[in-house]
Design a protein around this ligand. Structure first.
Ligand SMILES: [Zn+2]
Length: 253
């Protein structure tokens, strides 16, 4: 991996696992690219039961980090992940603030055209872009969400004229900063149990070459949810996709 340039005052981060990751993207990427802090040429102190850290543990546990100053072990994966979780929570909090404000003012979210050349991308996007001018976290979030592999699914069943249930499967994603929705399939269903819906959705995603594990949200109508079908479907999907966010009634991202 190419050596990223990093400000001098942040260079100590790479050797101190008790420090949280720096918030700046460049410095954070630098620390992550360095990998876990695993000092070897030191005399590890014995504890009160005559035990000490062994260098061989680094081979056995590649995520293991050791802080010389604290004589404590840390987990590199947790350090990286915790920083990301903290950042995501802050970003989500700011986005929810906008959502609540628009709800309070009874304003529509979407614009007629939301592509980057549009002069009015709708209140929600325009608001976030305005905030991004003075908020580097939101700016970073908007920039990095362009062209993401992550997506949400939208699924809904409705009977056709012959009373056959038809399942519509759509994906919602961001491409070049624009929210896109694509209909993948309309599939006749012999049964509409959670398991049957799950298998059909998985099959349709597979056929389109869409990675199941990149799913980050599910959206179904509220009515059928009362019967528990969608709760079961949601749980089945979460088992596999390890989603962080699930919105049943309304999809926001
Ligand atoms: Zn961990």
């Amino acid at each position: 991996m190419a050596e990223a340039s990093v400000p001098q005052d942040l260079s100590s981060y790479e050797y101190e696992p008790s420090c949280p990751l720096p918030s700046g993207r460049e410095a954070r990427d630098h620390v992550i690219s360095k990998g876990p802090c695993q000092p070897r040429d030191i005399n590890f102190p014995l504890d009160n039961r005559n035990r000490k850290v062994l260098v061989s543990w680094y081979e056995k546990f590649p995520w293991l980090e050791y802080s010389v100053s604290l004589d404590k072990a840390f987990c590199f994966v947790c350090r990286v992940f915790n920083a990301q979780v903290k950042k995501n929570r802050t970003v989500i909090g700011k986005i929810i603030d906008v959502v609540r404000l628009l709800g309070k003012l009874n304003l529509p979210f979407r614009g007629h055209r939301e592509d980057k050349n549009s002069l009015n991308k709708g209140v929600f996007k325009e608001f976030l872009e305005h905030i991004a001018k003075s908020d580097s976290l939101i700016e970073d979030h908007l920039r990095n969400s362009a062209g993401a592999e992550m997506y949400a699914i939208i699924a809904d069943e409705t009977p056709d004229l012959s009373k056959t249930e038809q399942l519509a499967v759509l994906v919602r994603y961001v491409w070049n900063g624009v929210i896109e929705e694509r209909l993948l399939a309309v599939e006749p269903m012999e049964e509409t149990t959670a398991e049957a819906l799950f298998h059909t959705i998985r099959e349709k995603l597979q056929q389109c070459g869409i990675e199941f594990s990149n799913m980050r949200g599910q959206c179904y109508d509220g009515a059928s949810n009362v019967s528990g079908i969608h709760t079961g479907l949601q749980a089945r999907i979460k088992e596999i996709s390890r989603q962080q966010f699930t919105h049943i009634a309304m999809l926001m991202f």
